[in-house]
Design a protein around this ligand. Structure first.
Ligand code: NAP
Ligand code: G3P
Length: 484
């Protein structure tokens, strides 16, 4: 029997080094979006339990922050090794808990193994700097500043359903190597997967209270923990709606927010269309479009569209649809609400004149990959994030029109530009109001040491291993004043 759950599959939370059952026996049943089967129960923690967790986090901070970085790194390396051994087993949990196709699920766990190792590597290179006073006019040789980075305290990490392991680790590991203690609030649908990540970290030797979990619906316990005076930093990945809500509540607590996106692919006349079509189909439809960095709109001219659409149609119609336990790309969405939004967006577009080139077929929570042509700025799909396999084509007059429409979005996560003219690529990239522009590639977060950030309604602050460590630490200077 696992230490994570009892014989009823009532999962536990990690509290002060112990896997602890819910004291009030208040559980949330987790059913699989694949087939409705029972996955497990996760505790719906109370405010008093949250208070206790935060207290333990405070108590363990001083000792953890003084653990040498190489010892912290050794724990991350060991956690990576544990996770690596269990990758396939944990991937199966992801498959059933969030309907992620098996190949993507295994990839998420293995990507997290790499993330933990790389974070340990980077952490060991945080060696501080020494500044000589004499370098500044009027300065003195006798004044030397030793600057190192120090932790912020207790970091609250909140992760989304679509990467419950990788996007938990992307917060937890940098926070830990930076010397912080961490409380992880995983997505409810994804909590069980996330608890297995935490188990690997705890089994790797984290001292008690350094990493703890709080499960429970964000709508019930979220505001309480976010506004708790014991939280020193909030690292959130999720929807723009919730991110904006948190930023209002956080008062003076510093935040890192990675939110929604409406990533545009701008395709110029000289683009390699077969390559572009393959790239965009992968970018738009992997994990059924449930990625913040999914390609969520194509902006191109009539000339290009006429040639591109047949290529897209052919590839989209070959995408396997079905049970994530099989080799498929398109799987059931996370819940009925997501499928209902997809139906609304497709129906709205068609009612306003868009043409469904392929798709426009929904069976339960399975949305068949849908390509909409003739999408105009009057349609909801032109601006809303579907988080489902819907790809609209918006016809533009030229590259400046494409830039205008791309920038009119409330979002600013990433964009792609497909062209063989580097000058045009940079002309467009320089003018796009986003965190990242991909030239001749689909929009994507990886590799995970790259800076990853959103602007406008897509977030604030920067993820990426080194950037995350810097976000969750601060400089501290010790100035030595010598006497001759
Ligand atoms: P979500 O509904 O915003 O939930 C994200 C996390 O916030 C979950 O753990 C959720 O808990 C929690 N939460 C909800 N209300 C809260 C509150 N009042 N206080 C504190 N926490 C609260 O997002 P999602 O559905 O999981 O993920 C999909 C969204 O995330 C999409 O918009 C996608 O674009 C975005 N996303 C962005 C990135 C990025 O890196 N930019 C990456 C992945 C996803 P519950 O699960 O219990 O509700
Ligand atoms: O939505 C999750 C976001 O982090 C996307 O990651 O690597 O699939 O682009 P990736």
């Amino acid at each position: 029997m696992s230490k994570l759950f009892d014989d009823q599959k009532n999962y536990k939370n990690l509290v002060n080094g112990q896997w602890t059952s819910s004291i009030n026996h208040n559980y949330i049943q987790i059913s699989s979006p694949v087939d409705g089967s029972f996955v497990g129960n996760v505790p719906s923690m109370s405010q008093s339990e949250v208070d206790e967790v935060i207290q333990f986090s405070k108590e363990s901070f001083q000792s953890w922050s003084r653990v040498p970085i190489y010892e912290k790194a050794a724990i991350l390396y060991k956690a990576a090794a544990i996770l690596e051994v269990r990758a396939n087993e944990i991937a199966e949990i992801l498959v059933m808990e969030i309907a992620k196709d098996r190949k993507s699920a295994i990839s998420e766990v293995k990507r997290t193994v790499d993330f933990l190792r790389y974070t340990a590597d980077v952490g060991k290179n945080m060696e501080g700097v020494a500044l000589n006073g004499e370098n500044f006019p009027g300065g003195s040789k006798n004044k030397i500043s030793y600057v190192k980075r120090v932790p912020l305290g207790t970091v609250l990490s909140i992760s989304p359903f679509n990467y419950p392991i990788n996007l938990s680790a992307s917060k937890v590991a940098p926070a830990l190597i930076g010397g912080n203690t961490v409380i992880l609030k995983p997505p409810t649908q994804g909590a069980i997967s996330a608890l297995h990540l935490v188990e690997a970290l705890q089994d790797a030797g984290l001292p008690k209270g350094v990493l703890q979990t709080v499960t429970g619906k964000g709508s019930e316990i979220g505001d309480y923990i976010v506004t708790h005076s014991g939280v020193d930093f909030i690292n959130f990945t999720g929807s723009t709606e919730i991110g904006k809500h948190l930023s209002k509540l956080a008062n003076m607590t510093p935040l890192l927010l990675e939110l929604g996106g409406k990533d545009a692919a701008i395709i110029l006349e000289d683009a390699d269309l077969p390559f572009t079509a393959s790239n965009i189909v992968d970018g738009a439809f992997s994990y059924s479009g449930q990625r913040c960095t999914a390609v969520k709109r194509i902006l191109t001219t009539d000339e290009v569209a006429e040639k591109l659409i047949p290529l897209l149609k052919e590839k989209i119609e070959k995408l396997p649809v079905g049970d994530p336990r099989d080799e498929v790309i398109i799987t059931p969405l996370i819940d009925q609400k997501a499928a209902d939004l997809a139906k609304f967006l497709i129906d709205d577009a068609i009612s306003k004149g868009a043409v469904a080139i392929t798709g426009n077929r929904i069976e339960g929570t399975t949305v068949y990959p849908t390509l909409l042509d003739g999408v105009t700025e009057e349609m909801e799909i032109a601006w809303q994030e579907p988080f489902s396999p819907i790809l609209p084509i918006i016809r533009v007059k030229d590259k400046d029109d494409a830039i205008r429409i791309a920038n009119n979005s409330e979002y600013g996560l990433q964009s792609s530009v497909f062209t063989q003219d580097i000058n045009k690529a940079f002309y467009i990239a320089d003018r796009l109001e986003v965190g990242t522009v991909q030239i001749n590639n689909k929009t994507e977060r990886g590799p995970d040491h790259f800076p990853f950030m959103g602007v406008k309604s897509s977030g604030m602050g920067t993820q990426g291993v080194r950037y995350s460590i810097d976000s969750m630490t601060r400089p501290k200077a010790i100035v030595v004043n010598l006497r001759e």
